[in-house]
Design a binder for this molecule. Structure first.
Ligand code: PEP
Ligand code: MN
Length: 337
């Protein structure tokens, strides 16, 4: 962290600042030029609040040089984290496809989708039981019943299940859920993130609709700071001005995050595009970009889906996509430096 002091800062104002900095257990190194006086803070500056520094009258400007996240930072953890979901690995060269309906609608529906996506090569099953809907009048999910049906599908197919938790009050229903999804709208629900840090399940953390990658990693840091380092990041498109697609898929998030963090990163082309016909091309692009997996919405009858039918693939579309992903993945792997 670097502090630029005001040219006309008084000696007592500088002393007051230096005293405060030393009280934070960091060492202020002073660099005095003809027209500028700079302090370089050496030590653990992660817990220092930039806003608190700017309140000192001697301060002109403050810049953070090191990233504010530590546990999620690749600088302090060089090797890729591999998250193991009931034997299926994600990250560190391991690629997984998570597929299933946006919402669990009935036991029969989720079992038939599970069987079909499994046959096409997906290893993990997704399905929402608690749905974050924009309208309070829209279908909100089957809730505890939905979780029961997912568990039935897991029993029948052996597929580990991924489902969204919207409130900690439901956590006990998630005992047999293998991966807890934190939805885009809850990415900065810090109370929930902190509590999920104390649980030992893998967490699928989706990027918020309008959050920077640094904010995304700070949310992962909340979970990791609580002791749970099994975090899978998911880019699912961000808000922009163009409504040609539901969101704008930020694919460059994959290589950027690969540099910044050791955590696996998967892509959700369904929520990113909002259109079934765009899911295949963006899935292939995600593979080429180096993603560690995909999460894709698949429905037995997309036209009749209770949620997100327009972006859901039918069974033949998903089977075709899986074949292409498989072929492309081998090709991309053969090009690795
Ligand atoms: C979902 O996965 O069904 C979902 C609601 O996703 P997001 O939180 O990314 O909108
Ligand atoms: Mn959905």
């Amino acid at each position: 962290m670097v502090i630029i002091l005001k040219q006309n800062a008084k000696q007592e104002e500088i002393s007051e600042l230096l005293q405060w900095i030393r009280a934070q257990n960091v060492d202020p190194q002073s660099i005095e030029g003809e027209s500028q006086h700079i302090l370089g803070l050496v030590g653990n500056t992660h817990a220092i609040d930039i806003d608190a520094i700017t309140t000192f009258p001697a301060v002109e400007n403050v810049r953070r040089i090191a990233e504010p996240y530590k546990k999620a930072n690749r600088k302090f953890h060089h090797h890729d984290t591999i998250v193991d979901v009931a034997g299926y690995k994600i990250g560190g060269g391991n690629f997984q496809v998570i597929a299933g309906p946006c919402s669990v609608e009935s036991e029969q529906q989720v079992i038939s989708i599970a069987q079909s996506v499994k046959q096409s090569g997906a290893h993990l099953l997704r399905g929402g039981a608690f749905k974050p809907r924009t309208s309070p009048y829209a279908f909100q999910g089957l809730k505890d019943e939905g979780i029961k049906y997912l568990i039935q599908a897991k029993k029948q197919t052996g597929m580990p299940i991924v489902s969204e938790l919207m409130s900690m009050e439901h956590i006990d229903l998630f005992n047999d859920v293998d991966v807890i999804q934190v939805g885009a709208r809850n990415m900065q629900n810090f109370v929930m993130l902190r509590e999920l840090g104390a649980c030992n399940k893998p967490i699928l953390l989706k990027r918020g609709l309008a959050n920077t990658l640094e904010e995304f990693l700070m949310s992962a840091e909340y979970i990791m700071a609580g002791g749970n380092s099994n975090v899978i990041l998911c880019e699912r498109g961000i808000r922009s001005f163009d409504h040609a697609t539901r969101n704008v898929l930020d694919l460059s998030a994959v290589p950027v995050l690969k540099r910044l963090t050791h955590l696996p990163i998967i892509i959700d082309p369904s929520h990113a595009t909002g259109k079934a016909e765009l899911v295949e091309s963006m899935s292939l692009a995600a593979v080429a970009a180096g993603a560690d997996g995909l999460i894709i919405e698949v429905h037995n009858n997309p036209k009749a889906a209770l949620c997100d039918g327009a972006q859901s693939l039918d069974f033949p579309m998903f089977a075709k996509l899986m074949h292409k992903v498989d072929v492309l993945k081998k090709c991309v792997d053969s090009l690795k430096d």
